[in-house]
Write a protein that binds this ligand. Structure first.
Ligand code: ADP
Ligand code: ZN
Length: 219
């Protein structure tokens, strides 16, 4: 199954993506995660991307498209994938469409997680990520047992540079101007489905799974 997960920062895309990928047996491909790994490893791609990311701006389309092109060519992605954080612009969506036509591998569904904007700011500024295992906590909604320490691996919890409030506002603005037009793009193609991303993560996962089952069987 080929799935795109769409939704503003803070909709819980990352959390839901992991669950959906597991349920349907497809690799979770997150452009944000790939970029952050490059930043961490100090690759030339990472060095170039970091200044855009820290400002809450998008990394240039050519960079991202090349990255996704090579990732979906890997063997684990041949039978399907879940894209999280890509596409983010209409040119990215057009490039993906061309890549998939060439591979005769059409998309099955674009699932949009919708959530109100003020809720997004609240969620993101409280988000903390484990440096060790990547688990995501929330200071209010899902705090760790000990301040600043991961329940699972004991790693240190840190705030992403781009989760600071002023950057969060910029990311939302970028979402509205550059990414929201994709909803229309996929709606026109009959691929867009909506899930309200409010309630507990388990509730959202249940709604998402109910929609996705119409397109493919859980493994
Ligand atoms: P979010 O939590 O905001 O959804 P991600 O983890 O997906 O964020 O991405 C973090 C940052 O990485 C973005 O703000 C952007 O700078 C960059 N990025 C990720 N995916 C893309 C993309 N498809 N196109 C351009 N930039 C991207
Ligand atoms: Zn951890």
């Amino acid at each position: 199954m080929r799935i795109i997960l769409l939704g503003p920062p803070g909709a819980g895309k990352g959390t839901q993506a992991v669950g959906i990928a597991e349920t349907f047996g497809v690799p979770h491909i997150s452009t944000g995660d790939i970029l952050r790994a490059n930043v961490r490893d100090g690759t030339s791609l990472g060095v170039e991307a970091k200044r855009f990311m820290d400002a809450g701006d998008l990394v240039p389309d050519e960079v991202i498209i090349g990255m996704v092109d090579s990732r979906i060519a890997e063997p684990d992605a041949v039978a399907g994938f879940l894209l999280d954080g890509f596409p983010r612009t209409v040119p990215q969506a057009e490039a993906l469409e061309a890549l998939l036509v060439e591979r005769e591998a059409p998309l099955d569904v674009v699932l949009r997680l919708s959530v109100p904007h003020d809720e997004v700011v609240r969620r993101l500024t409280g988000r903390r990520t484990c440096d060790g295992c990547g688990r995501i906590f929330h200071l209010v909604a899902d705090p760790p047992a000990t301040d600043g320490v991961c329940d699972d691996c004991g790693g240190a919890l840190t705030q992403r540079d781009d989760d600071r409030e002023e950057v969060v506002r910029r990311r939302l603005e970028v979402y509205t101007t550059q990414t929201e037009p994709l909803e229309h793009f996929y709606w026109e193609r009959g691929l867009l489905r909506d899930v309200e991303a409010v309630g507990t993560p388990e509730e959202v996962a249940a709604s998402a799974t109910a929609v996705l089952r119409q397109y493919g069987a859980p493994r």
